[in-house]
Ligand binder design. Sequence first.
Ligand code: PBG
Ligand code: ZN
Length: 323
Amino acid sequence: MFQRFRRTRLNGHLRSLVRETNVSVNDFIYPLFIRSGKGVKIEIASMPGVFQMSIDEVLKECEELKRLGLYAIILFGIPDVKDSVGSDSLCSNGIIASSIRAIKKAHPEMFVVTDLCFCEYTDHGHCGIIDEKLQTVNNDATLQISAKQAIIHAEAGVDMIAPSGMMDGIIQTLREALDGAGYENLPIMSYSTKFASGYYGPFRDVAESAPSFGDRASYQMDPANRREAISESLSDELQGADILMVKPALAYLDIVREIKDRTTRPMAVYNVSGEYAMLKFAGLNGLIDYDRVVMETMVSFKRAGADIIISYHAKEVAKLLQK
Ligand code: PBG
Ligand code: ZN
């Protein structure tokens, strides 16, 4: 009897008027996986509906994204050649630099974000240069080549860079490098709280980036640590990150909320490959009402405090919102 709105009165448009959380097509960044060649469009077995594409196919894809009202994309490159330092990502003719130039030329209205990391470009699959003695990533050596990769992306015309390797001090390093090269206005979205997660499994199929030895636990976070998760994001804010991120999303919505309450920066979540695959295969097997569960999941991200959702579902969501 003390309910302000009886649920039975909440019919018709009143339901929309009092809704606390809304999902919009403007909230999304759509991931694209790009490889060399022409006319290449290969569906990923572990992620139905997600493809590796050559640049010409990506340009066609952008047409479709624009029709759906999706203007923000994040690019991942699959180079022809991988080596110990990820050379393809450090040269202006590499797969990502070439893709940025082609996309911005054909579709200047697209907002192009790049994932800045080395795991897709190194033969060992780790997110930086390996220290042979430690048998894991050498943080400071990786900072130096990360700055180089950022400048390559900037020169190619990227709109925002998103460092994902969780190297210590990466945001300050990139901010100084970009400012020093005249890119003061280029924003940085940090993968600021990134957990060492089993949910990245399918991504490593698409990006062909599974580590050949060891794991990423020395530079990604322990899922059990809440305070550490918060401090990682707040440290990146202090270093100059423009946007903070929690990744994965679904199993970490408590962390999204806690960081949101402590920062004035916009927050992103990365709704990762394993989360996508779980819903996709449950839907394909008739176990859930797929469209409904997808929208329920997107609302949960917004409700937890996300301003931006990076998701393989973005096109499906855009279509559902148009209905
Ligand atoms: C690269 C990167 C990864 C993802 C985004 N950027 C892979 C990883 O950390 O292993 C994962 C995205 C996903 O699972 O969808 N560092
Ligand atoms: Zn990486």
